[in-house]
Write a protein that binds this ligand. Sequence first.
Ligand SMILES: *[C@@H]1O[C@H](CO)[C@@H](O)[C@H](O)[C@H]1NC(C)=O
Ligand SMILES: *[C@@H]1O[C@H](CO)[C@@H](O)[C@H](O)[C@H]1NC(C)=O
Ligand SMILES: *[C@@H]1O[C@H](CO)[C@@H](O)[C@H](O)[C@H]1NC(C)=O
Ligand SMILES: *[C@@H]1O[C@H](CO)[C@@H](O)[C@H](O)[C@H]1NC(C)=O
Ligand SMILES: *[C@@H]1O[C@H](CO)[C@@H](O)[C@H](O)[C@H]1NC(C)=O
Ligand SMILES: *[C@@H]1O[C@H](CO)[C@@H](O)[C@H](O)[C@H]1NC(C)=O
Ligand SMILES: *[C@@H]1O[C@H](CO)[C@@H](O)[C@H](O)[C@H]1NC(C)=O
Ligand SMILES: *[C@@H]1O[C@H](CO)[C@@H](O)[C@H](O)[C@H]1NC(C)=O
Ligand SMILES: *[C@@H]1O[C@H](CO)[C@@H](O)[C@H](O)[C@H]1NC(C)=O
Length: 214
Amino acid sequence: MATGIYWCLVLTECLSLVASMASVVQFAQTAPDYSIVCPGDRLVLTCIVAETGGAVVWQGDGIQRLLLTSGPMNGTLNSFFVNINESNSTTLISTAIDNNVSVTLDGANIVCLADGANAKQFTIDVADAPVSVNNVSVNDSTIPVPPIQHYIINVYSASNSIIFNSNTANTNITITGLPLTDTNYTITIIPVNVIGYGPSATVNGTIYYNSNCH
Ligand SMILES: *[C@@H]1O[C@H](CO)[C@@H](O)[C@H](O)[C@H]1NC(C)=O
Ligand SMILES: *[C@@H]1O[C@H](CO)[C@@H](O)[C@H](O)[C@H]1NC(C)=O
Ligand SMILES: *[C@@H]1O[C@H](CO)[C@@H](O)[C@H](O)[C@H]1NC(C)=O
Ligand SMILES: *[C@@H]1O[C@H](CO)[C@@H](O)[C@H](O)[C@H]1NC(C)=O
Ligand SMILES: *[C@@H]1O[C@H](CO)[C@@H](O)[C@H](O)[C@H]1NC(C)=O
Ligand SMILES: *[C@@H]1O[C@H](CO)[C@@H](O)[C@H](O)[C@H]1NC(C)=O
Ligand SMILES: *[C@@H]1O[C@H](CO)[C@@H](O)[C@H](O)[C@H]1NC(C)=O
Ligand SMILES: *[C@@H]1O[C@H](CO)[C@@H](O)[C@H](O)[C@H]1NC(C)=O
Ligand SMILES: *[C@@H]1O[C@H](CO)[C@@H](O)[C@H](O)[C@H]1NC(C)=O
């Protein structure tokens, strides 16, 4: 009699194993609470899988990390620390954490796999770096001869005060460190040679930024 019950239990267990399907129950960003992540943020992706027998696989940028409740329970996936936070016989909660999100993560796809056939993908959205005003060209024919010695570059804030000033012979410069309290700027470029100043080129720049990020 006792043997009969034993076999029945084993059979039921086998049937339930065959019937159950590994699945990704949920895969979402759990921190920060706004969807567009700012550079430097701590990003947490939480994946809940069911019926995987205590396994979860993380994948990103061609790399895969297999985590098991029997170990290893944590590891790294590029800039992420991945671990198994909680698990019971059916369900497993795993997180991928990046403590200092870089803009290069923008558009990156992270995949959480329950098995080879069941996976969910999450695309990371990182706020763009402020849009820069670039490729400002000075019309060659307006430049006085003989050749330019340097350019005077000024950036004015919306309230018209000079917030950046540089004398440079470089025709390709990047201006960094503008205060993000202002969004609109006027940039003037004045070519200078031994004779004097040429006509200036003026462009208006607007910097767009994610309000969560400041
Ligand atoms: C990662 O797992 C190892 C054992 O597998 C453990 O000793 C270590 O503390 C874990 N690291 C973290 C940060 O949880
Ligand atoms: C998962 O573990 C990490 C690191 O220990 C912790 O910061 C996070 O809050 C945990 N998440 C969940 C959903 O338990
Ligand atoms: C396992 O954990 C999940 C999520 O926390 C819960 O819904 C489920 O009832 C648990 N199952 C068992 C057998 O404890
Ligand atoms: C975060 O990353 C940026 C760029 O890689 C670096 O400059 C900064 O020091 C890092 N911050 C921390 C707290 O690690
Ligand atoms: C700069 O602008 C000119 C004219 O709009 C364009 O032909 C050129 O490709 C641009 N150069 C760069 C590096 O974006
Ligand atoms: C450059 O300036 C000259 C003289 O003002 C003008 O004729 C020419 O169209 C300008 N070229 C460009 C590309 O703006
Ligand atoms: C301008 O400088 C930047 C940074 O140094 C560089 O990436 C870019 O290719 C340069 N553009 C041109 C047109 O030289
Ligand atoms: C900046 O410029 C935009 C577009 O020209 C304008 O809509 C906005 O009001 C300006 N903002 C400030 C603070 O001047
Ligand atoms: C820059 O903005 C000022 C004020 O909004 C406007 O008068 C001027 O025409 C703009 N200049 C250019 C080159 O767009």
